[in-house]
Design a protein. Structure first.
Length: 160
C-alpha cells in the first residue's frame, strides 16, 4: 500500500466518527491529487458517493473504474459495491449478473462470501427468497464447524 492509499484508508477508518460531508470532502481532496485516469482514485470517488447515499452518481464512476482496468483487491470490491448500488437503484437482476460474472466459479476469492451476501439480497428482491436463504446458508456453513453439514443439508432442502 502506497502513501496515498494509506491516507485514503485512514479516512475510511475514521469515517464512522465524522460527518458524511467531511468524509466526502476528504476523499474528494485525495482523489484530486491523482490523474483522472487513475482507476483506484475513480473507485474511491465512487465509494464515497455511495457512502453519502448518491448511488446514481456512484454507478457510472464504478463502471469507469472497472473500465480503466481496476485490479484486485479493489476490483472485487468495486463489483460488489456496483452490484449493491444497482440493486438499490431497483435493478436486482443486473446486480446478480454482475456478481455472477465476477465471482461464479471462484469460491476461493477473498470476497466470495461477501458477494454471496449481496447476491442473497438481490435474490430476495426478485422474489426468490428461498434461493436467497439457501445461498446465505451455504456461504455461512463453512464457518460453522459443529454444524456445517447440517446447515448445508438444510440449505439444499430449501430448494427441493
Amino acid at each position: 500500500m502506497n502513501g496515498w492509499e494509506k491516507r485514503v484508508a485512514a479516512v475510511w477508518a475514521d469515517a464512522g466518527g465524522r460527518p458524511e460531508a467531511d468524509v466526502e470532502s476528504a476523499i474528494e481532496a485525495l482523489v484530486a491529487e491523482r490523474p483522472a485516469e487513475d482507476a483506484v482514485a475513480v473507485f474511491e470517488l465512487a465509494g464515497v458517493r455511495d457512502y453519502v447515499g448518491r448511488e446514481a452518481e456512484a454507478e457510472p464512476l464504478y463502471r469507469r473504474a472497472l473500465d480503466l482496468g481496476l485490479g484486485e483487491p479493489h476490483r472485487g470490491q468495486a463489483v460488489i459495491q456496483l452490484a449493491s448500488t444497482v440493486r438499490n437503484l431497483g435493478r436486482p437482476e443486473e446486480a446478480l449478473t454482475l456478481l455472477r460474472e465476477q465471482f461464479a466459479g471462484h469460491p476461493e476469492h477473498p470476497l466470495a462470501d461477501a458477494a454471496t451476501a449481496f447476491a442473497a439480497l438481490a435474490l430476495a428482491d426478485t422474489g426468490a427468497e428461498r434461493e436467497a436463504l439457501a445461498a446465505a446458508l451455504r456461504a455461512l456453513a463453512p464457518h460453522l464447524p459443529a454444524y456445517s453439514r447440517a446447515v448445508t443439508a438444510y440449505a439444499d432442502d430449501l430448494l427441493g
